[in-house]
Ligand binder design. Structure first.
Ligand code: F0G
Length: 460
């Protein structure tokens, strides 16, 4: 069993297409007009203005026929829906966490957990905070601290586990602040902000030991846990014979709980949860849930959505699926590498992260080079990407610590074909060929928080 590979090494798609969605390449004039209308912020583009949408891998997956069928058995009961029961049992079985609290997406789960645990004057370490986790920590008066290993900040370093936590730094923080000031430690699987890079089982084991020693709970931001487990299987000694589910269990067994955006490795368009081993905390989480999201057996979702999550979580652990998914990222990486395009290496689980400083060395930080590159990719081929750098994190405590300036090409799950990826590669190569002429940008509207979503720009 398994999928054969093409000569390029890319595994042949382990699925066939049942429904199609028309897409269309807007003309050059339409693209220029769209950029002006959008204030050069690609979040302001409409989907009709975009040809290949690599803005995010979140909530953009193609669902399977089984998931669509699952929607039809939605039991829309307010309390005690059988879809919730199925969802709860799948999450329990995969993670081993007994308490499962549904939420409509990852940040809702973060809000529930962090508003209970994080208080003014506390510190929340993470390998690297995603923008929403960082914002939830800060909203509750905490400081979001990034403790990724040094190689995470070196785009061409080929280390296999660049998502790892710097253990010396974590130990020093726990020694200095103690459990009174560190309400929880978070580890993000995979490290999205740092290039979709995995965390090793060995590193997480050591993090868990430090947490136990200091009696601080360890929570996983498990959005892309199946992709992380795939890398562990491939790269960590003694793991290659184990299934994704077994490796996942080894990761979860080390933690006290997790927050999940099922919009990633749940293969759905909406959904998430918090899970924990702590029944008292679960009680308080459910109280919060009822106020902000809904009753504990639906948590802000239609019950049919919980059915789709239950199915998607399991589908995401299929080795053929994961080999193809990570294979797509590598396929794109190989074409960019052959053309001399600088990107963060090794390629991660869910996308390519262009290394903006090396791509546009003539632009300084104040020229907003990531924005300039993202705009240029859109102008060239109506490919939408996202800046992950000083605009996303530029308001002081950057989650990239100002050390990484990236443009992410996130690949939606089960959505694009090889020829779409070839087209993306051609677009990036065309911009790379004329990179010296790319001009900088400045902001004309600067929101206070999560500014990349709503900022506006103009060319310099
Ligand atoms: N944690 C990580 C690591 C994420 O990547 C995201 C979302 C979240 C939490 C929040 O989840 O969107 O369901 O509320 N990342 C998306 C992205 C938005 O484009 O990377 P959410």
């Amino acid at each position: 069993m398994g999928s054969p590979s093409e000569p390029s090494g890319l595994p042949v798609e382990p699925y066939k297409v049942k429904v199609v969605e028309r897409i269309r390449l807007p003309s050059r004039e339409e693209r220029e007009a769209a950029l002006v209308r959008a204030g050069y912020n690609l979040f302001n583009l409409t989907s009709d203005e975009v040809y290949i949408d690599l803005l995010t891998d979140s909530g953009t997956s193609a669902m399977s026929d089984r998931q669509w069928a699952g929607l039809m058995v939605g039991d829309e009961t307010y309390a005690g829906s059988r879809n919730y029961a199925r969802f709860e049992s799948v999450v329990r079985e995969l993670t081993g966490f007994p308490e499962v609290i549904p939420a409509h997406q990852g940040r809702a789960a973060e809000n529930l957990l962090f508003s209970l645990l994080v208080h003014p004057g506390t510190f929340v370490p993470n390998n690297m905070h995603f923008d929403t986790t960082r914002t939830h920590v800060m909203r509750n008066g905490g400081a979001a601290v990034n403790l990724a290993v040094a190689e995470a900040y070196r785009p061409s370093d080929l280390s296999p586990f660049k998502g790892n936590v710097d253990l010396a730094k974590l130990s020093a923080l726990l020694e200095r602040e103690g459990r009174e000031k560190v309400p929880l430690v978070v580890v993000t699987l995979t490290n999205n902000t740092g290039g979709g890079q995995p965390v090793s089982l060995a590193n997480l084991t050591a993090v868990a030991a430090l947490c136990r020693e200091h009696r601080v709970p360890l929570y996983l931001d498990m959005c892309r846990w199946a992709e992380n487990a795939y890398f562990v299987r491939e790269r960590e000694e003694g793991q290659s014979h184990r299934s994704i589910r077994e490796i996942g269990r080894s990761l979860f067994d080390l933690a006290d709980g997790a927050t999940m955006s099922a919009k990633k490795d749940g293969l759905v368009n909406i959904g998430g949860f918090v899970a924990t081993r702590d029944p008292k905390l679960a009680e308080r989480l459910r109280e919060q849930l009822i106020v902000f999201e809904g009753f504990p057996t639906y948590g802000g979702l239609a019950r049919r959505d919980l059915e789709a999550v239950a199915i998607g979580l399991v589908e995401a652990t299929d080795l053929d699926y994961l080999a193809h998914r990570v294979g797509q990222v590598r396929y794109l990486a190989a074409q960019l590498e052959a053309g001399g395009v600088p990107f963060l290496k090794p390629p991660g689980g869910h996308g390519i992260y262009l290394d903006v400083r090396a791509f546009l060395p003539h632009l300084g930080k104040s020229d907003l080079p990531g924005q300039a590159l993202a705009v240029e990719l859109y102008r060239e081929g109506a490919v939408r990407s996202v800046e992950v750098g000083s605009i996303m994190f530029g308001d002081g405590e950057g989650a990239s610590d100002g050390a990484l300036e990236l443009v992410r090409l996130a690949i939606p799950r089960r959505v694009y074909t090889v020829s779409h990826l070839d087209y993306v590669a051609r677009t990036v190569l065309a911009v790379h060929a004329r990179r010296a002429s790319v001009r900088g940008f400045e902001m004309t509207y600067v929101p206070e928080r999560l500014r990349h979503f709503t900022a506006r720009f103009r060319p310099r």
